[in-house]
Ligand binder design. Structure first.
Ligand SMILES: [Zn+2]
Ligand SMILES: [Zn+2]
Ligand SMILES: [Zn+2]
Length: 361
């Protein structure tokens, strides 16, 4: 690595979809202002007597909303979250006074028990199991939208590790149905619609295309020295038949990776069985690469899909659903929280190269 100083990058990269989510890439070794977040302690036990999510303790959770398969030994189980962030027990009128306003915190909050084995990690689950997990997310998302027309967005996410927000060590993920479209998704929807208006192209399709085909060399005007070389496929981490995993050029987090369907599709609810199988495989391989490089880092992943509600359908040609995987390897600084500008101390090019170089069995 000796030529670190020569290669050091200090630049602000603009997120092409959401310019407000831009990032300062600062890789000089002397610059280590970020405190590291330790890996999640790994509880490798497959069964824990006292765990409410383990097999045999089904009576310690509320009755299941769904179970896969429906009879016999379950592989996945969905239950009501006992501590919901949003609740459906009462619906209050919305309020407005002066500049302040409120929308009733109506919604649903479900827990997906990912697997019967207590401490299994995502990359240790089979691709087929992960395919089943994604089809289960799809079914729940569709069901939650159908069940209540006032649901505007359904967010599927996973917290792994304490810093990432996980409070129970049994592997699980969560689904929240909300009466508002969260700002992060709304910004993507609006900005990609503006791009479509200007160019007639889906910006995500164009980004996939760039990742697959773009190459360029930038020279210093005075000295003629090569300043930057971008080679074909440099940002690609994994490729399946239907999905691609990409390291974003403007990655907010050191090890952030996004997974997108190759073919344009706005709505995760339209995932086919064939899609789910390929996604399970691409996702498992991506998580195995991250685990191999990071050694059990804490992370969040979430699915961004087209919201529902008035006008949402108009964005089908311009929005493109995707999964964002965000490992938590460093603690956000006051600079980041105060400015909203993320800071990343590993260049996305190096991170992509390291992830790609992992030998998977
Ligand atoms: Zn358990
Ligand atoms: Zn697209
Ligand atoms: Zn997104």
């Amino acid at each position: 690595m000796g030529n670190d100083a020569a290669k050091a990058i200090r630049e602000i990269r603009i997120n092409p979809v959401v310019p407000g989510e831009s990032v300062l890439i600062a890789t000089a070794r002397s610059l280590r202002p970020k405190k590291e977040e330790p890996p999640a302690p790994h509880d490798a036990r497959s069964h824990v007597e006292t765990c409410p999510f383990c097999r045999g303790n089904e009576d310690r959770t509320p009755p299941p909303i769904a179970q896969v398969p429906e009879s016999g030994e379950w592989r996945l189980r969905i239950v009501e979250n006992l501590y919901p962030v949003l609740g459906d027990d009462q619906q209050n009128p919305n309020l407005a006074f002066g500049l302040q306003q409120t929308i009733d915190g109506y919604g649903r909050h479900e827990v997906v028990i990912d697997h019967g084995s207590h401490g299994i990690r995502i990359h240790e689950m089979g691709g087929e199991h992960l395919g089943l997990l994604f089809s289960t997310y799809r079914d729940r998302m569709g069901e939650l939208y159908r069940a209540n027309p006032s649901v505007r967005a359904v967010l599927v996410f996973k917290n792994f590790g304490l810093a990432a927000g996980a409070s129970i060590s049994h592997t699980h993920s969560q689904i929240v149905a909300m009466p508002v479209v969260p700002y992060n998704i709304e910004s993507e929807v609006q900005n990609s619609a503006a791009h479509y208006e200007k160019t007639g192209q889906c910006i995500y399709c164009s980004l996939i295309n760039e990742a697959l085909t773009f190459e360029a060399t930038f020279y210093d005007r005075e000295s003629g020295v090569v300043r930057r070389k971008i080679s074909v496929g440099q940002y690609i981490i994994e490729r399946g038949r239907r999905f691609i995993a990409i390291k974003p050029f403007a990655s907010r987090f050191e090890w952030e990776v996004q997974i997108l369907p190759f073919d344009h599709e706005a709505d995760f609810s339209n995932l086919s069985a064939d899609d789910a199988a390929d996604l399970g495989r691409v996702f498992r391989r991506t998580m195995a690469r991250l685990n191999s490089v990071l050694g059990g880092a804490q992370y969040n992943f979430f699915i961004h899909s087209l919201p529902h509600g008035p006008g949402a359908n108009a964005h089908r040609p311009s929005y493109h659903w995707h999964i964002e995987i965000c490992p938590r390897t460093s603690v956000p600084t006051g600079f980041e929280l105060g400015s909203g500008l993320f800071m990343n101390t590993i260049s996305p090019e190096d991170a992509a190269a390291r992830l790609r170089s992992v030998e998977l069995g």
